[in-house]
Design a protein around this ligand. Structure first.
Ligand SMILES: C[C@@](CO)(OP(=O)(O)O)[C@H](O)COP(=O)(O)OP(=O)(O)OC[C@H]1O[C@@H](n2ccc(N)nc2=O)[C@H](O)[C@@H]1O
Ligand SMILES: Nc1ncnc2c1ncn2[C@@H]1O[C@H](COP(=O)(O)OP(=O)(O)O)[C@@H](O)[C@H]1O
Length: 300
C-alpha cells in the first residue's frame, strides 16, 4: 500500500522579524498564506528508509540531500520515535515547489510525510501532537500542516488560523539560484542593528483579508527580510521592476527569497502579468491561487 499526500508552498504576506534570541532564532509576527504550488509525497512500506526525488519542469533538485539529511526522513524517524515504534518507509517526493526559494518546500514535504506515515501506519496521532512534532522539524512546518491563512508567532511555529475572505491570485517568479535562510537572517541582523522592535501583525492586513480586497492587500504587504535578501542578491531588483511594469498590484519577496510574488486582481490579470514576464524571457513563472489547503491525502 502507498499513500500520497499533497502539500502547498507558503508566502509570508507580512513577515515582521524581531531581535535575535539567545537560541539563535528570531521572534516572528508573520501572516502565512498557502499558495497553489504543490509537492506530492508518496509513502510506502519498506524495511529501510529511502527517499526518491522527481520534479516538474524548471525545478532544480541539485540542492536537496538524498539520504538521512532529507527533511522527510527526519520527519519519519521523529514520528516513529514519538510512538516508540521501530519502522521505516520509502518516500517518493515529486516537487512542484522551487527549492531554497523562500516558499517552504522542504517544510511542505515534512508536513506531508507526517500525514502520510500517520495514515500508512494507522497511528491516528492527535492534531496537537502532529503540530508539536512539526514545530520540532522546522519553524515553517506547522503552517504547512494547516494551510489556508494563519498568523505565525514564536519563531514561526505557533500558528493560529485567520479569517481570509479573498480569492487571491499570485504570479510566482522563481530563480535559478537559491538563497540560504540563515544567511538572510544574518544579513538582517547586520542591516537592522541592535534596536529592532518587537514584531506585530498590522491591523490593516487583517482588514484587507477580511474584506478580500486586492487593492487593500497590495498596500498591506510587508517583509522585513526583503531588504537584507536584496542586499545579498541585487539582481532581483530587475524582477521587481519587471513585475511593476507588467502591471502587478504589488511585488514582494517570498520569505527569505529569492522567489518574487506579484499580486494580481484576478485569474485573467495573473495570466496577463505572467505572459508579460514570459515575453521578457523569464522561464520560471507560475500563476497560483490562494489560499489553498494544508497537507492532505490525495490517494491511498
Ligand atoms: C524565513 C522563513 C519565513 O517563513 O521561511 P523561508 O522563507 O526560509 O521559507 C522562516 O522563518 C524559515 O523557517 P524554516 O526554513 O522552517 O527555518 P528553520 O529550519 O526553523 O531554521 C533554519 C535557520 O533559519 C534561521 N531562523 C529561522 C526561523 C526564525 N524564526 N529565526 C531564524 O533565525 C536560523 O538561523 C535557523 O537555524
Ligand atoms: N525535501 C526537501 N526539499 C527541499 N529542500 C530540502 C528537503 N530536505 C532538505 N532540504 C534542504 O533544505 C533547504 C531549504 O529548502 P526549501 O524548504 O526548499 O527552501 P526555503 O527554506 O527557502 O523555503 C534546501 O536547500 C535543502 O538543502
Amino acid at each position: 500500500m502507498t499513500i500520497t499526500v499533497r502539500a502547498a508552498a507558503k508566502f509570508n504576506l507580512h513577515l515582521g522579524v524581531g531581535p535575535v534570541r539567545e537560541d539563535g532564532y528570531h521572534p516572528l509576527a508573520t501572516v502565512y498564506q498557502a499558495i497553489g504550488l504543490y509537492d506530492d509525497v508518496t509513502a510506502g512500506e519498506s524495511d529501510a528508509w529511502d527517499v526518491e526525488l522527481t520534479a516538474e519542469d524548471h525545478i532544480a533538485l541539485g540542492e536537496i540531500p538524498s539520504g538521512d539529511d532529507n527533511i522527510v526522513i527526519r520527519a519519519g524517524k521523529l514520528l516513529a520515535a514519538h510512538h516508540g515504534i521501530d519502522r521505516a518507509a520509502k518516500i517518493a517526493i515529486h516537487k512542484g515547489i522551487p527549492v531554497a526559494g523562500g516558499l517552504a518546500g522542504g517544510s511542505a514535504d515534512a508536513a506531508a510525510t507526517l500525514v502520510a506515515l500517520d495514515r500508512l501506519w494507522s497511528l491516528e496521532t492527535p492534531d496537537e501532537e502532529l503540530l508539536s512534532l512539526a514545530g520540532q522539524l522546522g519553524s515553517d512546518v506547522p503552517f504547512a500542516l494547516i494551510g489556508a491563512t494563519a498568523v505565525g508567532g514564536g519563531r514561526g511555529e505557533l500558528v493560529e488560523p485567520l479569517t481570509d475572505n479573498g480569492d487571491w491570485w499570485w504570479v510566482v517568479v522563481g530563480n535559478e539560484q537559491g538563497l540560504s535562510t540563515p544567511a538572510v537572517y544574518r544579513a538582517f541582523d547586520e542591516h537592522a542593528g541592535a534596536d529592532v522592535a518587537d514584531p506585530e501583525v498590522p491591523e490593516r492586513l487583517l482588514i484587507a483579508l477580511e474584506k478580500g480586497d486586492p487593492e487593500l492587500l497590495a498596500a498591506a504587504l510587508d517583509n522585513d527580510l526583503q531588504t537584507p535578501a536584496l542586499a545579498l542578491r541585487p539582481d532581483l531588483a530587475q524582477t521587481f521592476a519587471d513585475g511593476e511594469e507588467a502591471g502587478a498590484l504589488a511585488v514582494q519577496l517570498s520569505g527569505s527569497g529569492p522567489t518574487v510574488l506579484m499580486l494580481c486582481r484576478d485569474a485573467p490579470h495573473a495570466r496577463e502579468v505572467a505572459g508579460a514576464l514570459q515575453a521578457k524571457s523569464y522561464d520560471r513563472v507560475w500563476t497560483a491561487p490562494a489560499p489553498v489547503a494544508g497537507a492532505h491525502v490525495l490517494t491511498y
